[in-house]
Design a protein around this ligand. Structure first.
Ligand SMILES: C[S@@+](CC[C@H](N)C(=O)[O-])C[C@H]1O[C@@H](n2cnc3c(N)ncnc32)[C@H](O)[C@@H]1O
Length: 361
């Protein structure tokens, strides 16, 4: 069985019967768990709790939403003006999540969650629409296959499942590791595409302390069990930085491994980061690092000494004035033509003489 089929089969079974070996212990907010149906609590295959990063009013996308637990918790936290889109490729999981949608809408006070069928590595492709197209135009010849590809490109362009720059927060609970290595870069680029400038990620996933060897990667059971597709722990943050994310932080790191296979430790972590604000300024920028460390180095290689003015380019400036670095830098850029630092922060009070201000998100 190939890896994609193994992932589909494993989670179809997981939607029908609880699969104890896929469960990783997680401390959820018990007050939020109380509102969930018992079946959703039991069919939990997550390894962290990214719902705790949801803010009121957020548009949230949950990658690999499974039974919908995190989506329902997020919908409660996002409040009246928020909305949550759960994405999963598995019909049985979507069916399980949707089964409780009206019951949960009553408990939450509104139907703020949508569960849609999609691949998390291709967030423009609408798999429900593709299923419908294929039922009407079976791809049973090379020509029909090419027509299907053309239809797919048009659908992605004209009616993307998730459009560019529309999401405040992308969350995921134990899913990125299930995507094939060949598609992992595309997956991270897709997350970047759908986020608004300044948008955030909170990704709970399994990472490994060493690179996983090919013979373990080729094992469908270990792959679909959230083990052998894990990112190596340093590589996990790096792939997000390479895609353009800033402020990558391991916000949770389980010191005790969830599993150890052939001496390789697999543990649960939660990574947070954000997409920088739009970089539309070419003027000179200067920041002062506030501390508490004597010096720090950012992901672009800039070194900041505590309390010292440091000149940086517009890309670094856009990154370091994003909310991920709140309260770390003081913005001392020349105020003329300022496009990023907020005017209210930078304008000194009438009786003050200051040309520096706190960098603002
Ligand atoms: C380990 S379970 C986690 C489910 C859920 N996040 C939770 O916390 O219980 C993985 C889920 O991701 C889905 N999944 C795996 N690979 C996917 C992909 N490439 N695209 C969309 N969904 C995927 C599976 O169908 C399954 O529901």
């Amino acid at each position: 069985m190939n890896i994609q089929s193994a992932v589909l089969t494993t989670y179809s079974e997981g939607a029908k019967e609880v699969q104890a070996e896929l469960c990783c212990p997680v401390d959820y907010d018990t007050s939020l768990l109380k509102m969930l149906p018992q079946e959703i609590i039991e069919k939990d295959y997550g390894c962290g709790d990214p719902s705790r990063y949801v803010r009121e009013g957020d548009t949230v996308v949950d990658l690999g939403s499974g039974g919908g637990k995190i989506c329902y918790m997020a919908a409660h936290l996002a409040g009246e003006s928020g909305q949550v889109i759960g994405i999963d490729m598995n019909d049985d999981m979507l069916c399980l999540a949707r089964k409780y949608q009206s019951e949960m809408a009553e408990k939450i006070g509104a139907d703020r969650v949508r569960f849609v069928k999609g691949y998390i590595q291709d967030l423009a492709l609408d798999l429900d629409a593709l299923d419908k197209y294929l039922s009407e135009h079976p791809a049973n010849s090379a020509n029909a296959y090419h027509d299907m590809l053309a239809w797919q490109a048009k659908q992605k362009h004209e009616a993307p499942l998730i459009a560019d720059n529309t999401v405040d927060l992308v969350i995921s609970n134990c899913v990125l590791n299930l995507v094939s290595d060949a598609e992992k870069t595309q997956l991270i680029n897709e997350i970047f595409r759908v986020l608004k400038p300044g948008g955030r990620i909170a990704i709970s996933d399994i990472v490994s302390d060493q690179t996983v060897p090919e013979h373990l990667k080729a094992n469908p059971e270990l792959w679909s069990g959230c083990i052998s597709g894990a990112f190596q722990e340093q590589e996990f943050a790096q792939v997000f930085i390479d895609a353009g994310f800033v402020g990558a932080c391991y916000d949770k790191w389980d010191t005790t491994p969830w599993q150890t296979v052939e001496g390789i430790e697999f543990r649960s972590v939660t990574l947070t980061a954000s997409k920088p604000l739009a970089n539309n300024s070419h003027r000179a920028h200067e920041l002062i690092y506030q501390g508490p460390f004597a010096q720090v180095c950012d992901d672009h290689g800039n070194i900041f000494m505590r309390g010292e003015k440091t000149g940086i380019n517009a890309t670094s400036y856009a990154a370091l004035t994003s909310s991920a670095y709140q309260n770390q830098f003081i913005d001392c850029s020349p105020s003329s033509g300022s496009t990023i630092a907020s005017a209210s922060c930078c304008a000194p009070a009438a009786n003050e003489k200051s040309d520096c201000c706190q960098a603002t998100p």
